[in-house]
Design a binder for this molecule. Structure first.
Ligand SMILES: *Cc1c(COP(=O)(O)O)cnc(C)c1O
Length: 445
């Protein structure tokens, strides 16, 4: 078998068989990677093969994850693959967003156009495959919404029990509705994401539940392919910078690993820089980055942000994310305000693209980095949009009605009207009587 689990701690690096059901190194407790003894590859031949699979009708070829299967070779039996045809998401040119950030050009890779509306699908197809390979009957996750939506869908198709742990009243309805509809046992935990995460981690160690949070390295193997697909869409010409939202920090870690492997295998000839963007109220890595702290997590005890997908104070994959920043030298981790997120989201919408609030941190972050002279306006920048606009319609409608509040907004959170977000780019609905003359006047006809 060419695949094995390996401890990420440089002074440990213990290896474990790929079939070990564990999420931490049993020696030193650090996180694990799925690593491979890759045979020497013919990069050109492989690129052609990846591309040709897009013309195939075989399900695993149609998947935007499994069509890169030579680079995620951990399965011994392809029968374990459950695909909803994830990945294969568009790379959009976004001129209004580019102008807003002060760039000549900006590309947005929209992972929100996955089957359940977020990049979690890229990782769930590989996570569920490993669950099946291990003979698991039940899978579990703590979630701010998108992981549970995705896990519920893939578990339903795999015929497994799905148990999702969500912070009570803190997830967007679009996401909650998915987990209910796909039949997951949906447990609303009295506590925040970090509490739910700790609970499910302990339960999965004490029981047969197979944990599918991004602490599970098989999830990250699927998310790694986002890097491959994006490089393919750039004709394998490496962009100058990738910009990625940071919550639990699995996705930035996964994309960093994909880039590093693509570089080692000779699929690309250099590494891009990477920027991870967090919300100001959920900024553990941004704080560490700013303070030069690299060894100890500066956890945020009570994370706050309306971008609920990144409302995480104790990110599980912080060490892997730091490693990714190290591999992609010259980037960093930065924070943006709620006001900046809200305005950036409306601008992305004005390009006809749209995304959920957590995704908009990218454009807000890029704009600040251009203003600060860190990014040059000529550079080739790709931002990852992580989730679909329709996941959290409350946020968007409240913004455009100019009634979005920093510390509240959904009916389920305590209203604090002190911290109002100014809707600089509001597009208010217009109340008109049902008369053609009036309508013509309003529309300037
Ligand atoms: C999960 C998620 C994130 C955060 O990704 P991490 O891997 O936890 O850093 C950001 N945006 C959306 C829409 C998500 O669903």
């Amino acid at each position: 078998m060419i695949a094995y689990l390996q401890c990420i701690n440089k002074t440990c690096q213990e290896k474990f068989p790929i079939t070990t059901k564990t999420y931490h190194c049993s020696k030193c407790k650090a996180l694990l990677d799925v690593n491979y003894n890759f045979a020497k590859i013919d990069a050109q031949e492989l690129k052609t093969r990846f591309r040709e699979r897009r013309n195939s009708f075989v399900p695993i070829d149609q998947s935007g994850v499994w069509r890169f299967r030579e680079l995620i070779p951990f399965l011994t039996d392809e029968q374990h693959i459950i695909t909803l045809f994830e990945g294969n998401t568009p790379l959009y040119d976004a001129p209004k967003s580019a102008a807003y950030a002060g760039l000549k050009k900006l590309l947005l890779k929209h992972q929100g156009l996955n089957p359940t509306g977020s990049f979690k699908d890229n990782g769930m197809t590989t996570g569920i495959a490993q669950a099946l390979a291990l003979g698991a009957k039940a899978v579990a996750c703590a979630s701010t919404g998108n992981t549970s939506a995705s896990m519920a869908a893939y578990a339903a198709r795999a015929g497994m029990l799905a148990a999702v742990f969500i912070p009570s009243g803190q997830i967007a309805y679009g996401k909650l509705s998915q987990s209910l509809d796909y039949g997951a046992k949906t447990l609303q935990i009295d506590g925040d994401f970090d509490t739910a995460m700790q609970l499910v981690l302990e339960l999965s160690q004490e029981s047969d539940l197979y944990l599918l949070n991004s602490i599970n390295p098989f999830r990250l193997e699927g998310q790694k392919t986002i890097a491959f697909e994006l490089l393919e869409q750039c004709a394998w010409q490496v962009p100058d910078r990738l910009v990625i939202p940071g919550g639990n920090l699995g996705n930035s870690s996964a994309i960093g690993k994909g880039l590093a492997e693509a570089y080692q295998l000779g699929l690309i000839d250099r590494m891009p820089k990477m920027h991870i963007i967090q919300a100001e109220g959920a900024n553990p890595l941004a704080r560490m980055w700013a303070q030069g702290e690299r060894e100890k997590l500066l956890a945020v005890e009570k994370a706050t942000t309306l971008a609920t997908a990144i409302k995480i104070g104790h990110p599980v994959s912080w060490q892997k994310a730091l490693r990714a920043l190290d591999w992609c030298k010259g980037g960093g981790c930065h924070q943006v305000s709620e006001q900046e997120i809200a305005d950036a989201k409306a601008i992305i919408g004005s390009d006809g693209i749209g995304c959920e609030p957590a995704s908009a941190v990218t454009l807000a972050g890029i704009r600040n980095l251009v203003n600060d002279g860190i990014i040059d306006k000529e550079e080739k920048i790709v931002a990852i949009l992580t989730g679909n606009l329709l996941k959290d319609p409350d946020y968007t409608v409240n913004y455009h009605l100019d009634s979005l509040y920093q510390k509240s907004q959904t009916k389920t959170e305590i209203i604090d009207q002190q911290n109002k977000i100014v809707a600089h780019f509001a597009n208010q609905p217009i109340q008109v009587s049902a008369e053609k003359t009036v309508i013509k006047q309003v529309l300037g006809l």
